[in-house]
Write a protein that binds this ligand. Structure first.
Ligand code: GLC
Length: 737
């Protein structure tokens, strides 16, 4: 309605303005973008420019009604379009036409290691945002997996900056091809949920530039992201929603970012810094950033009344204001007023098919003694144990919560496939999270349970007696201290007594397949006692179909872990409160978190320290086998071409991800044993071979020299390591710089 009103107003303005051939430039879609921006800016009052820079409702920031320039509508989240909310509310408004396609969690997308699927994902979710008339999609999230305990690991793309960077680019381009801005988050070094609004990340420059910035840099420089979200935490003593170094010096300076910086909701904390340190749109804040409720009206936001006061008394400059306003206008002309009309599409069969394919291609077969693919004899009985076979997982988890048109659970899909000729019986096995509502979105399930933990376990074991096979489907969920925004996990041990339950099921001697549904690593002390293990993710609307597609072999698994599965949390690089979750220190009210481990996170830590892990970064099996041969490294222009041949040596078609790691064995600084610098996912028929080549440049050999503030590749010997995981290196080719 507001858009129609503003457009009508624009027409009335035109009626008064002197008639010219094509009308004002800003309304002329074929005028160059920067001309439209400049023309609109020249027509605006100071008050109208200031209104652009802050929220006017929970998820919208103002436009210019007098000029017929519509407001900007922001929407969560990275996995699907959040249900409509009331003007100033977090809860859903109860519309009956905003149930979306729930796409898989981004960690599931990362596990596909497939750039094309990432583009498909971005395009589909961008279509849904456009159809729902949303201009800024608050995602993707690409914070690095520094600790497996991070509650939002499921929303991010793993522990390696190269993998996340390579996948975020096509996602952003897909979203933006629909006239919707991707708002890449949370910038930056925001790697935990514990005290996320009160923790200062203390990070040295080499670590910042080698680990925590690269994926954001690619999203901006290669992906062309139109928006970036500042994060809640502080970096080197300044809040990130107005962090001068991150936003002005690096993002807008070094990287030339021409889009908008949006604060996280409630992340803006200071009147003066909000004006000068690179923030363009202040969202969701109450005046002191932490107080709640409508009493702190939008007119009191840091970039509202306080900003007007500073402009009027000279403490703030019109130049800063014009830069903010120009960036916001540029975003409007790129989205709702784009020169190319976009209409999007919503909950189409194509979107659900895409969700199913992405979910399936990201499932990771961790272990298999041949029990998978699952086949049941005529009249056989499949015993399914575990709450996650039944519990719907799209609802919950924080701001990525969705109201979806439908969600196929694993149990639904198993019945579909096996009821025709076998018996599928479900035993809950344990009680995890009985919540079924979040932000007034209700799954419709009843997860109540009267039996005790002991009874539940006994019932599951008893039901196994005449079973042909046991399929365990458990793991985590999106409740507090699990995979959940706002809280971190407390350990990587499976909760709810699941280890004991799995051990008891293993002791029955029946074939036992374990599916761990989680968004983050879990300990698997029973890994050697079960026949097969699949790492399942929060797969969205089609998660059940995707899982059963893989379990039955309809889809040959090809996913690879985007993070390391350690044996125990204590094996990891964070060994003190100072490193995680942070400590209090004299002289500051904020918690201090020291990234003492430097660049050594994830496999960079485990491989360099030679610490055995449960399953390695990049690990994932198939129902076929692959061979790597003929590896070579040759000079090519200023860089090198690394080649190898991949052959499907098994009996069924399948895909392998050939990974290229670079190792610098002699350097003036401590460097990780290996670092991912290339990957290609190759689909091959049985017996088929394909040559894969990687082009690498000097930067791929470099480390970041903080003192010189540049990338440095030191002469000497390097190794090109080609493998199918960070631990399964099939070829090592030395070469010299
Ligand atoms: C939340 C999240 C952010 C989300 C925003 C709006 O606090 O940190 O990812 O997009 O607020 O819901």
């Amino acid at each position: 309605m507001k858009r129609l009103l503003s457009f009508t107003l624009a027409l009335s303005v035109l009626a008064c303005a002197p008639k010219t051939a094509e009308g004002p430039a800003y309304l002329n879609p074929s005028a160059p973008l920067e001309q439209r921006v400049a023309d609109a800016l020249s027509r605006m009052t100071m008050e109208e420019k200031v209104a652009l820079t802050h929220a006017q409702s929970k998820f919208s920031s103002a436009g210019v009604p007098r000029l017929g320039i519509p407001e900007l509508w922001h929407t969560d989240g990275p996995h699907g379009i959040r249900p409509e909310v009331l003007w100033d509310d977090w809860d859903q408004a109860g519309w009956t036409n905003d149930s979306c396609t729930a796409f898989p969690a981004l960690v599931n997308l990362a596990a596909t290691w497939d750039r094309d699927l990432s583009r498909l994902y971005g395009d589909c979710i961008g279509q849904e945002a456009r159809y729902r008339k949303k201009d800024i999609l608050l995602g993707p999230g690409i914070n690095m997996g520094r600790t497996p305990l991070n509650g939002r690991t499921f929303e991010y793309m793993g522990e390696d900056p190269f993998l996340a960077g390579e996948l975020v680019v096509p996602y952003v381009q897909g979203v933006q091809s629909n006239g919707v801005a991707a708002c890449v988050k949370h910038f930056a070094v925001n790697n935990q949920e514990t005290r996320r609004t009160a923790t200062n990340s203390v990070v040295d420059d080499r670590t910042l530039y080698e680990i925590y910035l690269p994926a954001f840099r690619k999203a901006v420089v290669e992906g062309g992201a139109w928006a970036i979200m500042g994060s809640y935490n502080l970096y080197n003593g300044q809040f990130n929603c107005h962090n001068k170094r991150l936003l002005c010096d690096i993002l807008k300076g070094e990287w030339g970012f021409d889009g908008v910086v949006v604060s996280d909701w409630g992340g803006c904390r200071d009147d003066d810094e909000a004006v000068t340190n690179g923030l363009d749109i202040e969202m969701g804040t109450w005046t002191n950033g932490l107080r709640g409720a409508a009493s702190d009206s939008y007119a009191n936001y840091h970039l509202a009344r306080p900003y007007l006061e500073r402009l009027r008394d000279g403490r703030a400059t019109e130049a800063d204001l014009n830069d903010k306003a120009s960036r916001i206008l540029r975003t409007i002309f790129r989205t709702s007023m784009s020169k190319d009309p976009h209409f999007g599409s919503f909950t189409s069969p194509e979107h659900f098919a895409a969700a199913r394919k992405i979910a399936a291609d990201g499932l990771v077969l961790l272990r298999n003694d041949g029990t998978l693919p699952l086949a049941l004899p005529e009249g056989g009985k499949l015993l399914v144990v575990g709450e996650n076979a039944y519990k719907m997982m799209v609802v919950g988890g924080g701001s990525s919560n969705l109201k979806t048109k439908y969600e196929v659970t694993p149990l639904d899909a198993l019945h579909e496939v096996f009821d025709t000729h076998a018996q599928v019986v479900w035993e809950r096995g344990y009680v995890g999270d009985t919540t079924t509502v979040y932000n007034k979105v209700w799954t419709g399930q009843d997860l109540g349970e009267s039996r005790s933990a002991q009874q539940l376990l006994a019932d599951a074991v008893a039901a196994s007696r005449d079973a042909s096979c046991i399929l365990y489907i458990g793991g985590l969920n999106k409740s507090k201290y699990q995979d959940n925004e706002g809280t971190d996990r407390e350990d990587i041990v499976l909760p709810y007594g699941q280890d004991a339950l799995i051990e008891a099921l293993s002791a029955t001697g029946k074939p036992l397949v374990v599916v761990n549904i989680s968004g983050s690593p879990v300990a698997m002390p029973w890994a050697g006692k079960v026949n097969a293990i699949v790492q399942g993710w929060y797969g969205g609307s089609e998660s059940g179909h995707a899982l059963v597609d893989v379990l039955t072999g309809t889809v040959n698994p090809s996913g690879k872990l985007p993070f390391t599965m350690p044996v125990a949390l204590s094996d990891g690089p964070l060994r003190s409160a100072r490193q995680y979750p942070g400590i209090q220190e004299e002289g500051t009210e904020w918690w201090q978190e020291y990234y003492d481990e430097g660049v050594f996170i994830g496999y960079r830590w485990y491989d360099t320290q030679e610490i055995p892990v449960q399953f390695a970064f990049g690990h994932g099996l198939s129902y076929t086998t692959f061979e790597v041969s003929g590896a070579s490294v040759k000079r090519s222009g200023d860089g090198w071409s690394v080649r190898a041949t991949l052959t499907n040596t098994g009996k069924v078609p399948g895909a392998e991800v050939l990974q290229l790691y670079i190792s610098d064995t002699e350097a003036s600084v401590a460097r990780p044993a290996k670092e991912l610098k290339g990957f290609e996912k190759v689909y091959l028929q049985p017996g088929e071979s394909r040559q894969v080549s990687f082009a690498i440049d000097r930067e791929a050999l470099s480390f970041f020299d903080a003192a010189a503030h540049r990338w440095v590749a030191e002469p000497g010997e390097f190794h090109a390591l080609l493998g199918t995981s960070s631990a399964d290196i099939r070829a090592d080719v030395p070469f010299t710089l």
